[in-house]
Design a protein around this ligand. Structure first.
Ligand SMILES: Cc1cc2nc3c(=O)[nH]c(=O)nc-3n(C[C@H](O)[C@H](O)[C@H](O)COP(=O)(O)OP(=O)(O)OC[C@H]3O[C@@H](n4cnc5c(N)ncnc54)[C@H](O)[C@@H]3O)c2cc1C
Length: 411
C-alpha cells in the first residue's frame, strides 16, 4: 500500500478483493491508456469504456491498494478553504462554479451507485462547525455566502446545536443533503468490473516505468518490458510520498481511527458528515456497520527520515496521535458507552495551494492528460475529472478544465 505509513486500513480489512486482474504479459495497443488503478483510474476507465473508447488500464499495486484503500469515503460539496477562501483565491464566479460542480458530482456518484449497491452510497447532510467563540462571526459570513449562492444551508447556533449534538459547538453550517458516504474500495472494484464488461482491459501489478509521446500518440513500457501504444495516456497515479509535481505536494500525514461497532449514536442526530474547525481540524462519519470513523490530526510528513523521528520513535509518535483522537471521540460522544478504537492508521495526503485538483494536459504535451486529485475530497473531484477529460478527448476541448489546469496561478 504505497500511501500507507502506519497501521491497517479499515475498508480493505473488512473485505476481500472482489476480483483479481492479470498483470500485463504481452504488448498492448488502445485508444486511451490509463495509468493507475485507484478510484480515479477506475472511474476514468468506466466513463471512457462506456463512451465506446478502447481502454487499457495499468496499475502498480493490486487494484485499490494505493490511496483508495485508505480513503474514508467522505463526499463533500465544499472545499477545505471554504467558499469565501476559494473566492479570494480564484474569484467569486469560479469558486461558486467549483461548489456547484462538486454538488453535481455527489449526485452523479449517487446515480452511478444505483447500479453498484456494494458502493455503499448514503446521502448525508454536511455539518461544518467550530467550537471557538471567536470564529462564530466568520462562520455566519460563510453561511450567508453559501446561502446567497443558492446552497441549501442552515446556520446552527450554540443553543440549537445542544439539542442535536453531545459535543460543544459555537457555530455551525448544516448543508442539507450536500454530503455523502461511500465505500471507495468496493465502489472502485464495481467500476473496474463495469469497465471490463464494456471492453476495457485491466491490468494490476503492472507498473509503467516509461512514458513519452511518439508520433501522433504515446508509447509506454512496463517494468516487465511490455509495450503499450495508445493515442492518449492519462496519468491517474495518485502521488508518491514526499514528491512535489505539478503543484501537488504530499508532505502531510493524516491520521485515521475507526471504532468497534456501537448500538446507536446518541448525541449525533442523523449522523451528518462532520467537518470540524477545532484546535485539531478533523472529519467524522458513521459507517454502515455502525462505527464512528474520524480522520484528521494532520501533521507534516511523519517518516522515518523526518526530523521528529530522530527525537521520538515513530511508533510512539503515531500512538500519541491515535490516543489523542480516541480521547477526543470519547469526550465528544459521552452518551455512547464503551467507545473503543479497532482500526488506527495513517497515510499521505496530497495537497495543492487552492485545494483543487489538477486535470488537463500535462504541460507541454498534447497526448498526455493529468488526473490528480488533492486533499480529502478526492472521490468527488475524481468524478468531475473523469467527465471533463472524456469531453476533452471526444470534443478536443473542454473550457471548464481551465479551473484545474496544472499551469493555473493558484495551484
Ligand atoms: C489517509 C487518507 C484518507 C482519505 N480519505 C478520503 C475521503 O474520506 N474521501 C475521499 O474522497 N478521498 C479520501 N482520500 C483520498 C483517496 O485516496 C481518494 O479518494 C482516492 O481514492 C484516490 O484515488 P486515486 O485513484 O486518485 O489515487 P490512488 O488510489 O493512490 O491510486 C493511484 C494508483 O496509481 C498506481 N500507480 C502509481 N504510479 C504508477 C505507475 N508508474 N504505473 C502504474 N500505476 C501507478 C498506484 O498503484 C496506485 O494504486 C483519502 C486519502 C488518504 C491518504
Amino acid at each position: 500500500m504505497s500511501q500507507l505509513i502506519n497501521g491497517r486500513p479499515y475498508f480493505t480489512s473488512i473485505q476481500t478483493a472482489p476480483c483479481i486482474y492479470p498483470w500485463l504479459s504481452y504488448d498492448e495497443s488502445c485508444d486511451v491508456l490509463i495509468i493507475g488503478n485507484g478510484f480515479s483510474a477506475a472511474l476514468l476507465a468506466y466513463r471512457f469504456a462506456d463512451a465506446g473508447v478502447s481502454v487499457v488500464l495499468a496499475g502498480t499495486d493490486p487494484a485499490g491498494y494505493g490511496g483508495t484503500a485508505l480513503s474514508g469515503g467522505i463526499l463533500l460539496y465544499e472545499t477545505e478553504n471554504n467558499l469565501s477562501g476559494l473566492m479570494k483565491q480564484i474569484g467569486r464566479e469560479n469558486a461558486v462554479q467549483v461548489y456547484k460542480m462538486q454538488q453535481e458530482a455527489i449526485g452523479n456518484l449517487e446515480n452511478l451507485a444505483l447500479s453498484f449497491p456494494a458502493a455503499g452510497f448514503t446521502r448525508r447532510d454536511g455539518f461544518y462547525y467550530t467550537n471557538k467563540p471567536e470564529q462564530a462571526d466568520q462562520f455566519h459570513t460563510e453561511y450567508l455566502m453559501r446561502r446567497h449562492n443558492g446552497f441549501d444551508v442552515t446556520y446552527i447556533d450554540r443553543d440549537t446545536a445542544m439539542d442535536r449534538f453531545s459535543f460543544p459547538v459555537q457555530a455551525g453550517i448544516l448543508s442539507k443533503g450536500l454530503a455523502g458516504e461511500i465505500d471507495s474500495y468496493l465502489f472502485m472494484h464495481a467500476l473496474l468490473a463495469a469497465a471490463e464488461k464494456r471492453g476495457a482491459r485491466i491490468y494490476e501489478n503492472t507498473p509503467v516505468q516509461t512514458l513519452f509521446e511518439e508520433g501522433d500518440g504515446v508509447f509506454a513500457e512496463t517494468t516487465a518490458f511490455r509495450k503499450i501504444r495508445a493515442k492518449k495516456a492519462i496519468l491517474a497515479t495518485g502521488l508518491a510520498p514526499n514528491k512535489n509535481v505539478w503543484g501537488i505536494s504530499s508532505k502531510r500525514t493524516s491520521f485515521y481511527l475507526v471504532t468497534k461497532p456501537v448500538e446507536a449514536f446518541p448525541g449525533y442526530t442523523d449522523c451528518p458528515v462532520i467537518r470540524a474547525e477545532t484546535q485539531t481540524p478533523y472529519y467524522l462519519r458513521s459507517t454502515r456497520d455502525k462505527r464512528l470513523f474520524i480522520c484528521g490530526g494532520e501533521s507534516l510528513l511523519a517518516s522515518e527520515r523526518g526530523r521528529i523521528s530522530r527525537v521520538l520513535h515513530m511508533n510512539r509518535l503515531f500512538d500519541i496521535r491515535y490516543q489523542e483522537m480516541e480521547q477526543k471521540l470519547s469526550e465528544m460522544f459521552c452518551g455512547i458507552p464503551k467507545l473503543e478504537a479497532e482500526y488506527r492508521y495513517a497515510g499521505y495526503l496530497p495537497k495543492t495551494g487552492d485545494t483543487l485538483p489538477v486535470f488537463g494536459y500535462a504541460p507541454g504535451r498534447k497526448n498526455i492528460y493529468l488526473h490528480y486529485t488533492a486533499g480529502v475530497n478526492r472521490a468527488v473531484q475524481a468524478e468531475i475529472g473523469s467527465r471533463l477529460l472524456l469531453q476533452l478527448y471526444l470534443e478536443g476541448r473542454c473550457p471548464d478544465l481551465a479551473l484545474f489546469s496544472a499551469e493555473r496561478e493558484t495551484v
